[in-house]
Design a protein around this ligand. Structure first.
Ligand code: ATP
Length: 262
């Protein structure tokens, strides 16, 4: 068993407002090495905002965020080299080839150009992209671009990963590889923070699920634990229950009526 005394990520009383709108209203979290956290919540709940604060991309918050045992507001930016990040939407440098882009990213993370190129080449092959390695990213399909983002997050062998809808656009076989990759990375002691709306995937891959709703954590536990404390069966149903939503049929009917009007 891993030593679990020291959390790798610790968040206390995190609050964040945009104008008069308070998005995070006091989030408390302790995350340990080797955990796969499914971070879920309705649209606009504040999931990306939480991740951006941890990554140092969003300032002006109240509360404390410690990563790798130190407050992120006082430690040097070097801590970012221990983070792998797949954002939900990314501007890839479309005019570059994957080789150019990945070598560049590897260098940003402190790898030597040659080592970065070699590692990128190996990962590109394992992700089945060798044929297009020297083509411009602009010519890639959606799933191929997503694989490049995933490779970018892995290149520098980080200790913690933040994935935001990482399997967007991946085909079924690639999803299987990715899910297995998460399990094996976690078994190596890597920590994974996985934000997604695909409930059946979150249910299967996470060993801890955290539900953010109206700026607060309203559920935190393994899927089994959530099932025991809530009457419903699947994670989708637990999500509906905890966010107080049961109007999908009525809402769909109203949309159909609105579409058919005039
Ligand atoms: N830069 C910003 N300026 C103003 N409001 C913002 C900004 N960033 C986020 N917000 C607001 O904060 C709230 C939370 O946004 P956030 O992107 O964190 O939600 P989310 O849980 O990731 O949602 P989704 O599931 O839709 O991706 C939303 O109401 C959003 O409009």
């Amino acid at each position: 068993m891993e030593e679990r005394d020291e959390p790798i990520l610790s968040i206390r009383g995190l609050r964040k407002s945009f104008g008069v709108k308070e998005v995070l209203k006091g989030v408390d979290l302790e995350i340990y090495k080797g955990q796969i956290i499914g971070y879920i919540g309705p649209n606009g709940a504040g999931k990306s905002t939480t991740v951006k604060i941890i990554l140092g991309l969003e300032e002006g918050y109240a509360g404390q965020v410690q990563l790798f045992g130190k407050d992120i507001s006082t430690q040097s930016a070097a801590y970012k080299k221990r983070i792998g990040y797949v954002p939900e939407m990314a501007d890839l440098y479309d005019n570059l080839t994957a080789e150019e882009y990945l070598t560049f990213i590897g260098e940003l993370y402190g790898l030597e150009a040659e080592a970065a190129g070699e590692k990128a080449g190996k990962l590109v092959e394992l992700f089945g992209l060798t044929e297009v390695y020297h083509s411009r990213i602009a010519s890639y399909s959606k799933g191929m671009k997503q694989k490049i983002l995933i490779i970018s997050s892995l290149l520098h062998n980080p200790d913690i990963f933040f994935f935001d809808e990482p399997i967007n656009g991946l085909d079924a076989n690639s999803v299987m590889v990715f899910k297995e990759l998460l399990a094996q990375l976690a078994a190596q002691g890597k920590t994974i923070f996985y934000s997604s709306h695909i409930m059946d995937v979150v249910e299967k891959i996470s060993n801890r699920i955290i539900l953010l709703h109206n700026g607060l954590i309203v559920a935190d536990g393994s899927f089994e634990e959530l099932k025991n404390t809530n009457s419903e069966g699947t994670l989708e149903e637990i999500f509906n229950q905890l966010t107080g939503f049961n109007e999908h049929k009525e809402t769909a009917q109203k949309i159909v009526s609105a579409v058919q009007e005039v």
